[in-house]
Ligand binder design. Structure first.
Ligand code: FMN
Length: 184
């Protein structure tokens, strides 16, 4: 089977991000034909509609990266009950200039982890609203709200808890089946 390409967008720029660890954990559980690429979002300009007239090369690179993949995986913390501004900025840039939304039709999913007990549920709901407008068909279930504690996932993506590994495997199985439905 040919390779299925996924763009992973992590909503945290933090060096030791728990959400980046979660992304790695999930990626390790996926079948071999799935190739994940982390999209860089920390070098992007702040979106302004003035950019539309002459889109910066770096934002065009972002758009091309998104357009070249078969599916999207958003892994995000919750900041003040929503998604971090850096993630929203990347989404705004890739959705514009008007009429060139790079996300359109790409199957996606969102997962996240937080040290708070609600485990990013509100941020994920906000992100679902944004992505619905951008025509991204999102996997509905299972929802993945991971309450991060006690080095649950370490830097290389190894998972300390058997229960969490099993749950994330269930997510990966559903996610990969979801993306396959959209691949020709
Ligand atoms: C600006 C800011 C706002 C935050 N707001 C929330 C919040 O609304 N809900 C929550 O559960 N955790 C919140 N947190 C705590 C994050 O869950 C925690 O910092 C987490 O480790 C961030 O993810 P990361 O490790 O991937 O960077 C907030 C953290 C920051 C820095």
């Amino acid at each position: 089977m040919s390779q299925i390409k996924i763009a992973t967008l992590v909503g945290s720029l933090r060096k030791d991000s728990f959400n980046r660890r979660l992304a790695r954990a999930v990626e390790k559980l996926a079948p071999a034909e799935f190739a994940f690429k982390h999209v860089q979002i920390d070098d992007l300009p702040l979106y302004s509609q003035d950019l539309d007239a002459a889109y910066p090369a770096i934002a065009t690179r972002l758009k091309e990266e998104i357009e070249s993949v078969d599916g999207l995986l958003f892994v995000t913390p919750e900041y003040n009950r929503s998604i971090p501004g850096v993630l929203k900025n990347a989404i705004d840039l890739a959705s514009r200039p008007w009429g060139t939304n790079s996300f359109a039709g790409k199957p996606g999913a969102v997962i996240g982890t937080s040290i708070g007990s609600t485990g990013t549920a509100l941020a994920q709901q906000h992100l679902r609203n944004v992505l619905a407008y951008l025509d991204v068909p999102m996997l509905a279930q299972p929802e993945v709200f991971i309450h991060f504690k006690d080095e649950l996932i370490v830097d290389d993506g190894s998972i300390a808890s058997d229960g969490t590994r099993k749950f994330l495997q269930e997510f990966v199985d559903k996610y990969t089946a979801w993306v396959r439905r959209f691949v020709d």
